[in-house]
Design a protein. Structure first.
Length: 530
């Protein structure tokens, strides 16, 4: 878990899990809201449709009862006027009513005062029926409602006959079953359609099974729980009824639980996949960390084990080459000098490998101070001049601004400059003059190292700053780490390192550092940072 990539993987996995959970939660809320809206919309459509059909049925029934009363006016008047002929006349009226209203339940004839003369209720007309007839006679209209009856719950449709003043009252009773079938036909899945009398305290009048008596319950008024389940409501014009649509208990709770179960199942599957992936990443991270530890141990041991003999080899070869150990012939001196050069190359390779390891581990140290950039460049030129002379090249400072101050580690800057200068010598033209410039540009301090060699091949330009990559040249003897290390050092100082090919055939490697405003007096009072 101490491996950085492993930590990033764990953090990324946790972030992805949170995002997936948030998406599932949002999606679940949207789906549940859409589910609610669907049921509310379908319930509203059903309620309005049933209300319109019930109103049309009631209106048509009134029209037909009124028409029947007018067509049988003579028979009705005879029933009212001739008590002796009432039974015969009523039998005739009932026969005609069966033809006119094949599905009616009962027939009643009243006089102008609302007293029943003939009926199918065996003289046991309920108080509810009588109250409705009184309302009709008083107001001239009547709003149907369901009347309880031991045989059939029903509703009445009333009409008067005669001229002015009108005659008696005829009302035809119809069973509530037709309205129940209408509700059942329009009822959607997990919905319950009811005809409810709101004026009677939310009294249930008709259910999808027919009259309310078909349901076995102690109280036929809507309970508080049923009121909370109302999805839609539509009043039936001309009646006391409202079409009410309830959803079945647990409709939305069941749907919410289903969405939650689905979301949790998906999240659990995704979590399992993430855990398996993280387990593989953690195992790989541990193997990589072990490999890194082994590499660091190897480099540390190799650096120590190589530095000691290299120091002895360089010292011995230097003594031989300089004749300190005694007079040697020219061939021996040449071979000793060649061995000394290769020992120095090997020493630089060890230093580069150790620097690379420090960079990768984030343990490269910098001791920064405010210093003059030109002074550092001049020191680097002096240090690299012997190498350039052995290669047949020259180093020349062609432009400098002495008051350029930067905040940097002088030894690391000399390392960068040594790399750029040695590369310019190695890859420059035969007998080349390497030109070095130090100047200010756009508020930053800039150093340019230019050679006149063939430049970097186009196919290799993307590999210039890749570790162990070399672009080719007359004297390609480096490790391929120098430019990578140099760029890392410059970037650690808040700068940039790059290269360009100019129109006059020069290859220019440059780096820029943030400039410190001040004078040379400030340079003498340098401030160091570890």
């Amino acid at each position: 878990m101490r491996d950085r990539s492993t930590r990033y993987a764990v953090i990324s996995a946790a972030a992805v899990l949170v995002m997936v959970a948030a998406v599932l939660y949002h999606n679940g809320r949207v789906r549940h809201q859409q589910f609610r809206e669907f049921h509310q919309t379908s319930a509203t459509i059903a309620a309005r449709g049933v209300a319109a059909e019930v109103a049309a049925f009631v209106s048509e029934t009134r029209r037909r009862v009124t028409l029947f009363a007018r067509e049988h006016r003579a028979l009705l008047e005879d029933i009212v006027a001739r008590p002796a002929a009432r039974e015969a006349g009523f039998r005739q009226l009932k026969a005609r009513a069966r033809e006119f209203f094949p599905r009616h339940f009962a027939l009643t004839v009243m006089d102008t005062g609302g007293r029943p003369l003939m009926d199918d209720f065996e003289g046991r007309i309920g108080e509810v029926c009588l109250a409705d007839t009184r309302e009709f006679l008083t107001r001239g209209h009547y709003r149907p409602r369901i009347h309880p009856n031991p045989v059939a719950y029903h509703f009445d449709t009333m009409a008067r006959w005669g001229g002015d003043p009108p005659g008696g009252l005829l009302f035809v009773s119809f069973p509530a079953e037709y309205l129940g079938r209408l509700l059942a036909f329009h009822q959607g899945p997990r919905h319950v359609l009811l005809l409810v009398d709101r004026e009677a305290g939310d009294l249930i009048e008709v259910t999808p099974d027919g009259a309310r008596i078909k349901w076995s319950r102690d109280d036929y008024h809507l309970t508080p729980a049923e009121r909370n389940r109302i999805l839609a409501e539509a009043p039936v014009p001309g009646t006391r009824w409202s079409v009410v649509v309830l959803h079945t208990p647990g409709l939305f709770a069941d749907h919410a639980r289903g969405i939650q179960f689905e979301a949790l199942s998906l999240l659990a599957a995704f979590l399992l996949l993430v855990m398996l992936s993280l387990s593989a990443i953690i195992r790989e991270g541990r193997r990589r960390a072990a490999a890194e530890r082994a590499k660091r141990t190897f480099f540390a041991a190799a650096g120590h084990e190589l530095r000691t003999p290299l120091t002895a080899i360089r010292g011995a070869l230097g003594l031989i080459a300089n004749g300190v150990t005694g007079e040697v012939d020219e061939k021996t001196r040449t071979m000793a000098a060649m061995g000394l050069d290769n020992a120095e190359r090997l020493g630089r390779l060890v230093d580069d490998l150790l620097d690379l390891q420090r960079m990768e581990a984030g343990r490269m140290e910098f001791r920064k101070e405010t210093l003059g950039l030109t002074r550092v460049v001049e020191q680097a030129l002096r240090a690299c001049t012997p190498y350039a002379e052995r290669a047949g090249a020259r180093l020349r400072l062609v432009r400098s601004e002495p008051d350029l101050l930067v905040h940097a580690d002088p030894q690391r800057l000399e390392q960068v400059l040594a790399n750029l200068l040695s590369n310019a010598v190695k890859y420059g033209a035969e007998g080349d003059t390497v030109e070095v410039s130090v100047f200010a540009r756009d508020g930053r301090a800039r150093v340019e190292v230019a050679d006149h060699g063939p430049g970097i091949p186009d196919q290799r330009r993307g590999e210039v700053f890749v570790p162990f990559s070399r672009a080719g040249g007359r004297r390609e003897t480096g490790s391929g780490l120098g430019l990578y290390i140099a760029r890392t050092i410059v970037e650690a100082h808040g700068g940039q390192l790059g290269y360009t090919r100019t129109g006059d055939g020069r290859t220019v490697f440059w780096f820029e550092l943030p400039r410190v405003q001040g004078t040379r007096d400030e340079e003498r009072g340098t401030r160091r940072e570890d």
